[in-house]
Design a protein around this ligand. Structure first.
Ligand code: SAM
Length: 340
């Protein structure tokens, strides 16, 4: 297992399979149009699979497919099938907005997908439309019902934004119970794409717990020693569990073992990194696996990133990439390109 300068192992790979999305969530990709990755740069499944082999050989054992919206990638289940069977892989998961999930769930399960997370920020149809610009809440509900049927359980990721959906914490937990979905509330992050972020719109973990305790009574933290998971988990008195990802007010950089590969083969060591390592060019140039391994080992060995902590230390902060023009010039700065 290889470790970075802070002793963090390389274990968790987030594989963005497309930069395209079929929603326009205001906190992620609020614009109508973007500069997309050139089509010819997007890795073929065989190329992605070859890079995954290299990562697995270096100790990665968890992979999450993301995007953009991963289910927009044609025949995503075929990629799942190529990856799921690989030796050394412990966990293969997928994060989706759920819109296309109902149609693909059986193929994904048959292909060997292990776990599903669906992003859902509101249970109100009008709000969903205002937040995502598409009237697709029914499709997401169908996707979640399908995930419940086929996988038995799922996770539901909710970005909490003051004045947008912070009055739905209780309702979302109750909804989660009904579909066997563990809700994870994510503090609103000032990542690339969140060009309308402001500190006032962040609802902190503390505030979320206070609000939930007012409705549900005592909330017990679940102790998970050694966990590198971003969510702190909690249990209500009736046993219902949920998580909070406090990336903005209490970042988990010190245990972060995640890196991100974009659909065009750029490797990023932090969600806030402004530079990545191009793995597509050497792969397409025919570099042998050992040399790709050496590149990745060297990159991870030199990793110092603590992006979310650096952002927190700034005190008075604004959106990470405030100027939409800048985002337009470099799609790699976007959350939807590097994968949330
Ligand atoms: N399209 C898929 C989806 O909706 O889950 C996968 C990609 S999306 C970028 C992955 C996750 O990033 C989603 O759960 C989304 O809510 C989260 N995300 C995007 N922008 C965020 C922000 N500014 N703060 C916190 N989470 C964010």
């Amino acid at each position: 297992m290889i470790k970075d300068t802070l002793g963090r192992p390389l274990r968790n790979l987030r594989l963005s399979v497309t930069d395209r999305c079929n929603l326009r969530c205001e906190y992620c990709m609020p614009e109508d149009d973007y500069v997309w990755l050139p089509r010819e740069d997007v890795l073929h499944f065989e190329e992605t699979s070859a890079l995954v082999d290299v990562f697995l050989s270096l100790g990665v054992d968890k992979i999450r497919l993301t995007g953009g919206e991963p289910l927009l990638r044609r025949d995503a289940a075929a990629l799942v099938q190529m990856i799921a069977a690989k030796p050394g892989l412990q966990d293969l998961a997928l994060t989706t907005n759920g819109v296309l999930l109902a149609d693909q769930i059986d193929a994904l399960k048959a292909a060997g997908l292990g776990r599903i997370t669906v992003s859902l920020d509101t249970l109100h149809r009008d709000r969903f439309k205002a937040l995502t610009r598409f009237d697709q809440l029914d499709a997401v509900h169908a996707g979640i019902a399908a995930a419940h049927r086929v996988f038995g359980r799922l996770k539901i990721d909710t970005v909490v934004i003051r004045g947008v959906n912070d009055d739905e914490l209780v309702a979302l937990i109750e909804y989660g119970r009904a579909v066997n979905g563990e809700v994870r509330f994510i503090e609103y992050m000032d990542v690339g794409g969140a060009s309308r972020w402001s500190a006032e719109r962040v609802v902190s973990r503390r505030e979320m717990l206070d609000r939930l305790a007012r409705r549900f009574g005592a909330i017990e933290p679940i102790d998970e020693p050694g966990s590198s998971a971003p969510a702190d988990r909690y249990a209500l008195a009736d046993g219902t569990t949920f998580g909070i990802i406090a990336s903005t007010t209490d970042p988990f950089c010190r245990t972060c073992d995640r890196s991100r590969l974009t659909a065009d083969g750029m490797w990023y060591l932090c969600l806030y990194a402004t530079r990545g390592l191009d793995l597509r060019a050497p792969l397409r140039a025919g570099l042998p696996a050992e040399e790709l391994q050496a590149m990745i080992r060297g990159g991870w060995g030199a990793r110092t990133d603590r992006g979310a902590e650096d952002r927190l230390a700034l005190g008075d902060r604004r959106a990470f990439v405030p100027v939409q023009d800048l985002l337009r010039k470099d799609p790699h700065l976007e959350m939807h390109t590097r994968g949330g």
